[in-house]
Design a protein around this ligand. Structure first.
Ligand SMILES: Cc1ncc(COP(=O)(O)O)c(C=O)c1O
Length: 394
């Protein structure tokens, strides 16, 4: 065996968007229709009005190094938002909050900061299947073993935590939860998080909640992991980390700004890792981020657009409106075939569900038989999208 063959990176498949590009390579979208790109989860809403003036006012900050954990003013604005949004009595901006350059890097780095691969058997890192692929990449490259929790219609798209043996829990280091979920739209309720946190305490593992869609929901505001911990009298948020982001909440994916919050010990580990990897957020961008966490008006405006989009889509397409996120997860017979037809016949870009899943030990990829569409272009286009997809479906 060649000395390079066992690279952990070699165990990772191609990223879903690279696979999509290959799938559609050589095909032409219907030239008579305006292309609707519902493949990627990139919000396309007007930029909040405070962005430009805040950037202008703090432009000189580009000539200074930012701190890697986020400057005080940003961590304080994040802590204040967490308190308001999740009714937290205490969250210390110094020891329980970090700034991140979006949640993607933080979700990836988390596994590297928190799991110890130097055990005889690799520890389990649990994650939903289908999932945001970063969890899988993080688990593998950090030396963990991915444990895939099938999220299917049978489980109401919840990652199963009821049928896992004590032996598995005992060897689990970290559980990724995505609520609201990309791609299924499932949202964890208080009972789910309570059960998971009780297991985390019993078996001593960490829970990492990716809550970056927490401000995008149809009916009820999603509950957050930290508020459930507080309700369980875990007021120091032991074993809990949450990640959130301005990419979805404020429609600022290019700002690359997010947050990490929770257990001070875990934050300290994380902070140490980051002091070596050094991903500081430029100061002017930190100021824009702080302004965004302080403002709720634009968030409410965005929420209305997402709700109207869901209404417009489901009025035409039919089916059950997802509880959270701006994705719709549609059952189809053959997802790659459907995606190709949607592109060629109807000028619509979608993502095959199987690209967001992975085969489990039973050979089942829980994303098979679905396509994902992102409703990110407003209500009118969401309605048009539904009409076009209905035509593919028949
Ligand atoms: C579930 C989920 N988590 C995290 C992210 C990362 O977002 P960002 O790095 O922009 O915060 C995304 C982006 O699509 C996502 O869908």
């Amino acid at each position: 065996m060649n000395k390079h063959e066992q690279y952990r990176l070699n165990q990772l498949g191609e990223y879903p968007f690279a696979r999509l590009k290959k799938l559609l390579d050589g095909l032409t979208p219907n030239p008579d229709l305006e292309l609707i790109d519902a493949g990627a989860g990139e919000p396309r809403l007007p930029m909040p009005t405070f962005v430009q003036p805040t950037l202008d006012a703090h432009i000189a900050g580009f000539s200074k190094y930012p701190t890697t954990s986020g400057n005080d003013f940003l961590r304080e604005s994040i802590a204040a938002w967490l308190k308001r949004r999740f009714s937290l009595k205490n969250i210390d901006a110094n020891s329980q909050v970090l700034s991140a350059n979006g949640t993607r890097e933080a979700l990836f780095a988390a596994a590297h900061a928190l799991i110890n691969p130097n055990t005889e058997t690799k520890p389990w890192v649990m994650m939903p299947n289908p999932m945001y692929q970063i969890y899988l990449g993080a688990a593998i490259t950090a030396g963990g073993k991915p444990y895939l929790q099938p999220c299917t219609q049978d489980t109401g798209f919840a990652p199963d935590i009821d049928n896992i043996s004590d032996d598995i829990w005992a060897d689990t280091a970290l559980v990724y939860v995505c609520s609201p979920s990309n791609p299924t739209g499932w949202v964890a309720d208080e009972a789910y998080y309570t059960k998971l946190l009780a297991l985390a305490e019993k078996f001593d593992f960490y829970v990492l909640a990716d809550e970056c869609y927490s401000e995008i929901y149809y009916a009820d505001k999603p509950v957050g992991l930290l508020e459930v911990a507080q309700n369980m009298e875990n007021i120091e948020y032991k074993r809990c980390l949450v990640m959130n982001s301005l990419s979805k909440r404020s429609a600022l994916p290019g700002l690359r700004s997010g947050l990490i919050a929770g257990d001070a010990d875990l934050i300290q580990n994380f902070s140490k890792l980051r002091s070596y990897t050094g991903p500081g957020t430029p100061l002017p961008l930190q100021h824009v981020a702080a302004a965004a966490w302080h403002d709720e008006e634009h968030v409410q405006q965005h929420l209305k657009v997402y709700r109207d989009s869901l209404d417009a889509f489901f009025k035409v397409y039919g089916g059950v409106i997802p509880a959270g996120s701006f994705f719709v997860w549609l059952p189809v017979e053959n997802e790659e075939d459907f995606v190709k037809r949607a592109y060629v016949e109807q000028g619509v870009k979608l993502l095959p569900g199987s690209y967001l899943g992975s085969e489990d030990d039973k050979g089942i990829n829980a994303g098979t038989g679905y396509v994902r569409a992102a409703l990110v272009d407003g209500a009118e286009k969401a309605g048009v999208l539904a009409e076009r997809l209905k035509r593919v479906a028949v």
